[in-house]
Ligand binder design. Structure first.
Ligand code: MN
Length: 351
């Protein structure tokens, strides 16, 4: 964690300070897991600001930073600590317009918005982070396998989501990674069909997009299963999505761009006539956030590097009919993608 702070410090100019407010970025630089804390640094100093409630926790979690219990209004402490600064960099995507104005009022230095300073470092994971995400993925695989037995005609999508959440927490997850998508039958056409009151019927396909959080790190996996015999037409769709997913996975390699990987899956789906039914990007980075950089999409120019963690998740969505999505979480290694989601991708037919 000390190294992360040093990397940021090396990017700062003399008389420039950086005020980190995004909770995930704060956690990445400080190790702090509480709900109220900030990192403030320049080339040679690095502070962790928090309030009285977290004084002891901060000492334990952030030994590499100088702990400051801030004034009732944190900006007053920022003004005091950065006296003599020329500029104070802030995170434009996190600091609200209202707080920007309050902050600027208190400072003699110029408050300047920045983007992606910490996010850029977070793209490539270290071994500890990979191990935590791997554990989150293992919890997800195990919960999926267990809850498959529960998916049958008559149960509601919400009941399946609740069973998955319970199984994940029992297996060590601190929380769920997002509101689970459990989309059955026609609802399968909704790429983000969060679990509803709908009851599962025999013959339907059910798309489950699920993930766990383990020590702050997320996992993300989607499987589409058939309940009962399954619709023949959707079985064909399933095979197309699976082929697109596996070919894209094979193409994941250090040096490839997000655009190139996306194109492999998209071309397979488009050539078979379903290009218009795959309206989202192929994948995204996963870490302290469920969606982070790099993006794997037609617009993505990020070049894959070793130890990035990404999803590969093509889907085909057919209004009034249903849909199929298959998603794996993988780590980019020298030899190619190593899957962290290990659940079977053969069409599972549950009865
Ligand atoms: Mn995803």
């Amino acid at each position: 964690m000390e190294k992360r702070v040093e990397k940021i410090q090396a990017e700062l100019a003399p008389f420039q300070w950086f005020f980190v407010t995004d909770p995930k970025n704060v956690r990445y630089l400080s190790g702090f897991t509480g709900t109220s804390g900030y990192v403030l640094l320049n080339q040679s100093e690095a502070y962790f600001l928090t309030d009285f409630r977290y004084a002891e926790q901060a000492k334990l979690q952030c030994p590499h930073l100088e702990i400051v219990i801030h004034k009732p209004i944190v900006f007053d402490s920022v003004a005091e600590l950065t006296k003599g600064a020329k500029t104070l960099l802030v995170e434009a995507s996190n600091l609200t317009w209202e707080n920007y104005q309050k902050l600027q009022e208190k400072l003699a230095s110029a408050v300047t918005g920045t983007k992606d300073i910490v996010e850029k470092l977070r793209i490539v994971k270290d071994q500890k982070e990979i191990a935590l995400i791997e554990e989150a993925a293992r919890i997800t695989d195990e919960a999926f396998l267990e809850v498959c037995d529960f998916i049958k005609p008559g149960v509601r999508e919400k009941d399946i989501a609740r069973e998955l959440e319970f199984a994940m927490k029992r297996k060590g997850a601190s929380q769920v990674a997002f509101d689970f998508i459990v989309a059955s039958g026609e609802r399968g056409a909704l790429p983000h069909g969060v679990a509803s009151e709908k009851t599962i019927k025999a013959g339907e396909f059910v798309t489950l997009d699920i993930g766990a959080v383990y020590e702050g790190y997320h996992s993300d996996m989607t499987r589409t299963v058939a309940v009962g015999y399954g619709d023949g037409f959707l079985k064909e769709i399933y095979e197309i999505v699976l082929k697109a997913q596996e070919e894209a996975l094979k193409a994941v390699k250090v040096g490839k761009s997000g655009f190139e990987i996306d194109k492999i899956a998209r071309d397979i789906i488009t050539d078979l006539g379903y290009g218009d039914n795959f309206g989202h990007g192929l994948g995204h980075g996963v870490g302290l956030d469920i969606h982070e950089q790099p993006r794997i999409s037609p617009q993505a120019d990020t070049i894959l590097e070793e130890n990035m963690i990404i999803t590969i998740e093509p889907g085909i969505y057919l209004p009034q009919k249903g849909g199929v999505r298959i998603e794996d979480l993988v780590v980019v290694e020298a030899e190619g993608a190593r899957r962290l989601s290990l659940s079977s991708k053969e069409l599972i037919v549950l009865c």
